[in-house]
Design a protein around this ligand. Structure first.
Ligand code: PMP
Ligand code: GLN
Length: 413
């Protein structure tokens, strides 16, 4: 294995999806995907695509994005970013948000470049930066001590520490808001701090916004591309899997100024070339359906967050009643919960993993029947200890599975 790929260990996803298959835990709150139906119009759109009648829908479509899809993406995002997006030069459709990240990083990061990554971070960023020949520079969000219950907004970036990471080698900063796994929704002030540093040091911002529609209460999702002077240095990423609750469709996109998108196109045209035509057609039709009811209470982009907030509140309550200390997320669909008060209840000596949260989540899955994800996977080697007292719970699950979780936790406790 080339040295830049590290030891080639299994990613947390490969390992924990195997664990789910081997142990068949009663509830799987691990990997982030809904265990219930996507909106009916979305699955219907795919089933109604006339692949039998229209032979071209079974063939390659435009490489940088199916025309009907990029046109609808431009209609959705133009009002949100306050500028007319050019569907054919400023948007790229990718094989999930994963490939958007890959094309953006491989397209812009060169040997010796540094990329600033905020911890905890979606684990593939690290691998992608290194495979491009770059060096990730990590900075961890730290919980303010509140003396009690935490919200995701209590996890903060130290401005001085952040500013000390910028230098002449810095090419890019990766932002993820709403954040996986903490659920933090970066505030206008926090984004301004990041934007000012990017502008001062001429650094690109790669903004992973796949959870853009899952924002709760008074929090507001702000697209960093809309801050003054940021459009020209920002590439923003979205995902149909997250937007329409169809993670298996693996369709994502990136948008930004044409000169920056050019580099993504170069990677995409040679590594992927084009994405699945009928799925792109179905995502395009799903956006058309939503555009017709945008900003109404029926809009899925409004109703999804409403539906999720009661699931979040329920799981937070269940976790608190059973000895966990959860951070209440303001966005996304994960809860990171501190399990250190339960350490005395669980004997981890039978597990051999290096990090405590891996030992805890494995033992907990076997004893309680609830599968979760170890957050140290979302930290660099030197900072993994910061994730070790936590477990990540996904709450976009059927109510009956959330109440089963309550029952299982009570029995275990
Ligand atoms: N970024 C983040 C923060 C994620 O949580 C995920 C997982 N959905 C992705 C990117 C990848 O998304 P996709 O499934 O569309 O490839
Ligand atoms: N984004 C999802 C999560 O965080 C899925 C990640 C994956 O399967 N690679 O759970």
């Amino acid at each position: 294995l080339p040295a830049r790929y590290g030891a080639g260990e299994k990613s947390v996803w490969v390992e924990y999806i195997q664990l789910a298959a081997d142990y068949k835990p009663a509830v799987n709150l691990g990997q982030g995907f809904p265990d219930y139906h996507a909106p009916e119009h979305v699955t219907k759109a795919l089933s109604e695509i006339p692949v039998g009648d229209n032979p071209l829908l079974n063939q390659y479509t435009r490489g940088f994005g199916h025309p009907r899809l990029v046109q609808n993406l431009a209609k959705i995002y133009s009002p949100l970013i306050g500028r007319e997006l050019d569907p054919f030069n400023e948007i790229l459709v990718t094989s999930g948000a994963y490939e958007a990240l890959f094309s953006a990083i491989l397209g812009h990061v060169d040997e010796g470049d540094e990329v600033i990554v905020i911890e905890p971070f979606f684990d593939c960023y690290d691998f992608m930066i290194r495979s491009a020949g770059g060096t990730p520079k990590f900075i961890a969000l730290k919980p303010k001590s509140t003396g009690g219950q935490l919200r995701s907004a209590d996890w903060i970036l130290n401005e001085q520490e952040l500013s000390s990471l910028f230098n002449s080698r810095t090419k890019m900063l990766i932002l993820n808001t709403p954040h996986n796994p903490l659920g933090k929704v970066f505030t206008a002030q926090e984004l301004e701090t990041i934007a000012n540093l990017c502008k001062k040091h001429n650094v690109l911002c790669l903004s992973d916004e796949v959870y853009e529609w899952m924002v709760y209460e008074s929090n507001k999702h702000i697209r960093i591309a809309t801050l003054p002077g940021m459009w020209e240095r920002t590439i923003t990423i979205g995902s149909a899997g997250k937007t329409f609750s169809v993670t298996g469709w693996k369709t994502g996109w990136a948008y930004g100024p044409a000169n920056l998108m050019k580099n993504l196109q170069v990677v995409h045209q040679n590594c992927v070339y084009t994405c699945c035509t009928p799925v792109q057609e179905a995502v395009a039709r799903s956006f058309e359906f939503e555009l017709a009811r945008i900003n109404t209470p029926e809009s899925y982009f409004v109703s999804l967050a409403k539906e999720l907030i009661s699931k979040r509140d329920y799981l937070v309550k269940v976790l608190r009643e059973n000895g966990f200390n959860p951070t209440v997320p303001d966005g996304g669909y994960f809860i990171v919960a501190d399990w250190s008060n339960l350490a005395k209840k669980i004997d981890l000596t039978s597990e051999t993993d290096k990090y405590k949260d891996y030992r805890f989540t494995k033992k907990f899955a076997k004893e309680a029947g609830v599968l979760t994800i170890p957050p140290s996977a979302f930290y660099s080697e030197e900072h993994k200890h910061l994730g070790e007292n936590f477990a990540r719970f996904c709450f976009i699950k059927k109510d009956e599975n959330l109440s089963l979780t309550e029952k299982l936790l009570k029995e275990w406790n």
